[in-house]
Design a binder for this molecule. Structure first.
Ligand SMILES: *Cc1c(COP(=O)(O)O)cnc(C)c1O
Length: 456
């Protein structure tokens, strides 16, 4: 066995070396892959291998052709979508967890991964101020967290109306009304579609210019209504008025779900925590770890106040799925087999601690404010109030905004994406990475202002 072991050791040592070279190169390269790098990616396509390949050559091809063709979103000047980098401790933990290859469906499959996941989830709940004893599942991201929470809500409200939706399905089921804001995230609508509620049947509450639901315009609520609110709009970073909405919903017996993919993390930073006031009164919450906690992709968490509702919607049992008596991880998520994605959450929180997470969130918010201030000083329009880490920018009309955004992307110092916000074509800046320094912000501001001037 020494020979295969030696070959494996060489492979893993080599990949660690390559990973370090890749990470060292992130700061110096353009954010987008060069045309030359992209011209070679076809080498990764090709036909089905007829037989075994040489492991060292496989890794060499992956690194030589694949690495330069990646988008440097793990680097310090990627401001597209809401992405976040990956803290070094989480990358290393991820590599070790790959070696473990644990299936985290049942406790018996991995006592270590089970404890790590439970501990990580408990820490996240504490960091963002959620009630103790929530049911929790570690899923691929906020999309699946929204889906899982809304499945729990469906289960709970229908059970209250005397209908077991898990066994009887939706035909003939009591009607559940869904209420969302006018700027609801598309993944909430997708979850509604997957759950059989439909995308277009939800009642849409009007919003203000920042995308916040106007509480006065809520429809009449009852105990067969699910109200979906958001903590952190994906464009503006705005928060719905949770105290008013949750008070009304509680009085009526409605379920309140919070989509807080990145916004929930405001609660972890003392100077931003006011934005999260009242949100912990909801019934369920969805968030991401791969965005603002800066774990590698993919990882999100779902929390449900009454764990029985999440388990009721998700548990599946068979004689061979040994029950250990405690919390079975697979009883709280859609999947049975699942990677041990709690490992990186655990590692991130160990690496930063409460104070480090507060500092990360606050720094990114301060950097977003610096972008807004610098752009305004250069005569460039900022459309949102910038309460958090998102900045919406317009360089004049739609055509010019698109032209300047494209020029910024090609210039390469940083990368920002585009969108349309309430009818205006905009460029979006999201500051979500541990790796972004104040100097990166100044360099990026410079590049943005230069591209604005060059495209007059
Ligand atoms: C990113 C995001 C989602 C979806 O999360 P994924 O991690 O991409 O599944 C949902 N809601 C909001 C507000 C988001 O920003």
């Amino acid at each position: 066995m020494t020979e295969p072991n030696a070959a494996r050791a060489a492979l893993i040592t080599d990949v660690a070396r390559r990973a370090n070279i890749y990470l060292d190169g992130l700061d110096g390269r353009d954010v987008l892959p060069t045309a030359e790098a992209l011209s070679r990616i076809d080498e990764l396509a090709g036909s089905l291998p007829g037989g075994p390949g040489d492991p060292a050559a496989i890794l060499d091809l992956l690194d030589r052709v694949g690495s330069p063709a990646t988008v440097a979103s793990a680097g310090p000047r990627y401001f597209g979508f809401v992405i976040g980098g990956a803290l070094p401790t989480t990358v290393a933990a991820n590599m070790l967890a790959a070696a473990w290859d644990q299936c985290t469906g049942r406790q018996v499959l991995s006592p270590a991964a089970t404890v790590i996941e439970e501990t990580a989830a408990r820490w996240v709940a504490e960091l963002i101020g959620l009630p103790e004893g929530c049911g929790v599942g570690l899923v691929t991201g906020a999309s699946m967290a929204n889906f899982s929470a809304l499945a729990a809500a469906r289960h709970a409200l229908m059970a209250r109306a005397g209908w077991d939706v898990g066994s009887k399905g939706l035909y003939g089921a009591p009607e559940i009304r869904i209420v969302v804001g006018g700027e609801v995230h598309v993944t909430v609508l997708k979850a509604l579609a997957l759950l059989g509620f439909g995308r277009d049947t939800a009642i849409r509450v009007p919003v203000d210019g920042q995308g916040r639901m106007i509480a006065d315009q809520l429809p009449t609520l009852d105990d067969r209504t699910i109200v979906c609110i958001q903590a952190g709009n994906v464009n503006t970073g705005a928060f719905d008025p949770a105290p008013e909405i949750i008070a009304r919903a509680k009085a009526a017996g409605s379920w309140v779900h919070v989509d807080g993919a990145f916004g929930l993390w405001a609660a972890a930073a003392p100077a931003r925590a006011h934005l999260m006031a009242g949100f912990n009164g909801a019934d369920s919450w969805a968030t991401d770890a791969h965005k603002w906690l800066n774990t590698p992709y993919d990882c999100g968490l779902v929390f449900v106040r009454d764990e029985a509702h999440l388990r009721g919607a998700m548990a599946a049992n068979a004689a061979y799925l040994i029950d250990s008596g405690g919390r079975e991880p697979g009883d709280y998520v859609p999947e049975l087999s699942r990677r041990a994605r709690g490992v990186e959450v655990w590692a991130a929180i160990k690496a930063l601690g409460r104070s480090g997470i507060a500092e990360l969130v606050e720094r990114n918010c301060r950097q977003a404010a610096r972008f807004a201030k610098g752009l305004k000083a250069a005569g460039i329009e900022v459309l949102n109030e910038v309460p958090l880490n998102q900045v919406l920018v317009a360089f004049g009309d739609a055509e010019r905004t698109q032209r300047v955004t494209a020029a910024i992307q090609v210039e390469g110092t940083c990368w920002c994406g585009g969108s349309v916000w309430q009818g205006r074509t905009v460029m979006r800046i999201s500051v979500s990475s541990w790796a972004t320094t104040d100097d990166d912000v100044e360099r990026s501001l410079d590049a943005i202002i230069r591209m604005d001037r060059a495209n007059a």
